[in-house]
Design a protein around this ligand. Structure first.
Ligand code: ZN
Length: 151
């Protein structure tokens, strides 16, 4: 399961009651994206929630793909967001706090930790492959990235 399947709406129950419908807990589930970003639904949310939902839309759902928000870019962008927080030196608990403040989202810090470990391992694999391929530039990039994540 991708990390984006383990990102949840922090105020899930409140959102469901404001929308007067059931809504999945997972922020990146197709149904959640559809429900939250239909204009008429957005208007039913309280002001603070609306702001966070709009921030989320601006930061992650801003591509021009016809199939937006189901094109895969929101997930990719969110993963980049998590990695950037890590590069700023934040640990899993702090990352969970920040996503709560920024977008009213939450995740289990254990899931974030595994995701970060997996990312480092993926970069190690990229680095070895690039070395084998005789591509020192790519190997160096992967190594730099890995060091940024393992600080
Ligand atoms: Zn897209």
């Amino acid at each position: 399961m991708a990390i984006t399947d383990k990102i949840y709406l922090k105020n899930h129950r409140q959102i469901a009651s404001q929308l007067e419908t059931s809504i999945p807990k997972s922020a990146f589930s197709g149904a959640t994206l559809d429900l939250l970003f239909q204009g008429e639904n957005l208007a039913q949310l309280n002001e603070t929630t609306q702001e966070r939902v709009l921030d989320f839309a601006t930061d992650f759902l801003d591509c021009d793909c016809q199939s937006n928000p189901h094109c895969g870019h929101p997930e990719e962008k969110f993963i980049r967001y998590l990695l950037e927080l890590r590069e700023q030196g934040l640990g899993p608990d702090a990352i969970v706090d920040v996503m709560g403040d920024d977008y009213m989202l939450y995740a289990y810090s254990g899931d974030i930790l595994s995701f970060l470990d997996d990312s480092v391992r993926t970069l190690e694999a990229v680095e070895s492959l690039a070395d084998v391929d005789g591509n020192p530039e790519a190997a160096k990039q992967a190594r730099t990235k890995r060091h940024q994540l393992s600080r």
